[in-house]
Design a protein around this ligand. Structure first.
Ligand code: UD1
Ligand code: CA
Length: 456
């Protein structure tokens, strides 16, 4: 059966107190609306329709790369029923429509598939039992069967006591939607066209309304302000940590771990506290990540060890590499197996061959380094002349003395050595030593100035 997904996202979101439209506020690694649209794709939606109103242009821009989205503008916003009415012209006559909300980001596909399955008679609602139902539409039943939904503002005391609420999420047969939506009226407390009035209209036609509850309460949690956003972020992080733990990843403290993207891992990986993972990160077996590390779009080989406070962005590390503490690997850093990179070393767009080391205080940019090279403390590749970037090549087994400045383009040969403090501007041949620094002078008969002595 064809499934259209309709996402309501026209509301204003005043309580966010932000220039950014509510559905563009970020949870995890992406906007609220992106979560909803990704889930819609994952359940095999044949069409994804988004109803926008407030800041419509900004919202549309953000998703310009998703070319299959259908955008429907709702101005002015006359209620949830009116929102769906605006989309009727783009909804097929047959099949089902799933109605979702742009500010309810975490509904899981299993729950939505169950809802769609329950709607084969015509209409199914996702409902929730709440200890405090205030603010929500109440599900009214007679002899156990759903007869209608009454909004909080239109409800009498007895109806308000009902704890089963409407989450707003529903699945409807398209023929039913086309037949009933034009019949909605706005003679209610808010003067709006309520989508929820669809229920009573369907019941009047003899349609049996089914209800489904979400797998977890947080799946139907909406976001109206920054407090709710932060709370849902924590819920989401806990859920991700739970899944990772059950998949065998060791998290020293699941409450101090943030995943803003995707993480895949082998066996026996261990992550210490306050680690942030962004983008796509892949860990081999037995990877250990120390406290306070931030990894984004990284590939880390088996047995690698990241010591605390290491930043890795767009880098690839081979097996048994050791990095940190306080190292920074930037895009294009590629470390072959068993490399060691130590504290306050920054590496960008460079390759380090098998077993090479840069243990202290260096900048290595646009460099190609062979195997088993040793980069001394304080080595800097001077790769930028103010206009262009140039390459530094360092051969196998080369030994770069401490505080060497390598003025690129330049090549230090295999097994070559540079003296500490050298400024290397010309190539060093294989096996040679280059020393490029002022010779030390020793001044005979020099006396320190003495206190009380006049200056001249
Ligand atoms: C709605 C439901 C209520 C349910 C609650 C769950 C109705 C009449 N009531 O109430 O039963 O318990 O959600 O949170 O449906 N929107 C538009 N266009 C509009 C109005 C709203 O796109 O004209 C969007 C909003 O951006 C929002 C969503 O629809 O994402 C819900 O709207 P809101 O006004 O918050 O509905 P509630 O009054 O909370
Ligand atoms: Ca709401």
């Amino acid at each position: 059966m064809q499934r259209s997904v309709l996402v309501l996202a026209a509301g204003k979101g005043t309580r966010m107190k932000s220039r950014l439209p509510k559905v563009l506020q970020v949870l995890g690694d992406r906007p609220l609306l992106a979560h909803v649209l990704d889930t819609a794709r994952s359940i095999g939606a044949s069409a994804r329709v988004v109803i926008v109103g407030h800041e419509a242009e900004q919202v549309r821009q953000r998703f310009a790369h998703e070319q299959d989205l259908v955008w429907v503008e709702q101005t002015p916003q006359l209620g949830t029923g009116h929102a769906v009415q605006c989309a009727l012209p783009v909804l097929p006559q047959t099949g089902q429509t799933l109605i979702l909300y742009g500010d309810v980001p975490l509904t899981q596909s299993d729950s939505l598939l169950a809802l769609l399955a329950a709607a084969t008679d015509g209409l199914a609602l996702m409902t929730l039992e709440m200890a405090d139902p205030s603010g929500y539409g109440r599900i009214i039943r007679a002899q156990g069967r759903i007869t209608r939904i009454v909004e909080q503002k239109d409800a009498n005391a007895e109806e308000r006591a009902v704890r089963e609420v409407n989450t707003g999420i529903m699945a409807v047969d398209n023929a039913l939607l086309h037949a009933l939506l034009p019949q909605l009226r706005n003679d209610n407390a808010q003067g709006e066209y309520y989508l929820t009035d669809l229920i009573a209209l369907a019941v009047a036609r003899g349609v049996a309304i089914h209800s489904v509850s979400a797998g977890h309460d947080w799946e139907v949690q909406g976001v109206n302000d920054k407090l709710q956003l932060a709370q849902l972020e924590r819920t989401w992080q806990q859920e991700q940590a739970r899944r990772l733990l059950l998949a065998g990843l060791t998290l020293r403290d699941p409450a101090r771990f943030d995943l803003r993207g995707s993480l895949s891992h082998g066996l026996d990986c261990e992550i210490d506290v306050d680690v942030v993972i962004e983008g796509q990160v892949v860990l081999g077996d037995g990877v250990r990540i120390g406290a306070g590390c931030v990894l984004r779009d990284a590939w880390i080989g088996s047995g690698a060890q990241l010591r605390p406070y290491t930043l890795i962005d767009g880098a690839r590390l081979g097996a048994e590499v050791q990095v940190g503490p306080f190292s920074r690997l930037r895009p294009g850093a590629e470390l072959a197996d068993r490399c060691h990179v130590g504290n306050f070393v920054e590496i960008k767009n460079s390759q380090l061959g098998l077993g090479s080391k840069a243990n202290h205080l260096s900048y290595i940019g646009d460099a190609i380094i062979g195997t088993a090279a040793n980069i001394g403390a304080g080595t800097i590749t001077c790769n930028y002349d103010g206009v262009n970037k140039h390459i530094t090549r360092i051969g196998d087994g080369a030994f770069i003395g401490s505080n060497t400045a390598l003025v690129a383009p330049v090549r230090v040969g295999d097994q070559a050595t540079t003296g500490a403090g050298s400024v290397i501007t010309r190539d060093v041949a294989d096996g040679h030593l280059a020393v490029a620094r002022a010779r030390q002078q020793t001044i005979d008969n020099w006396r320190r100035p003495q206190a009380g002595e006049s200056e001249k």
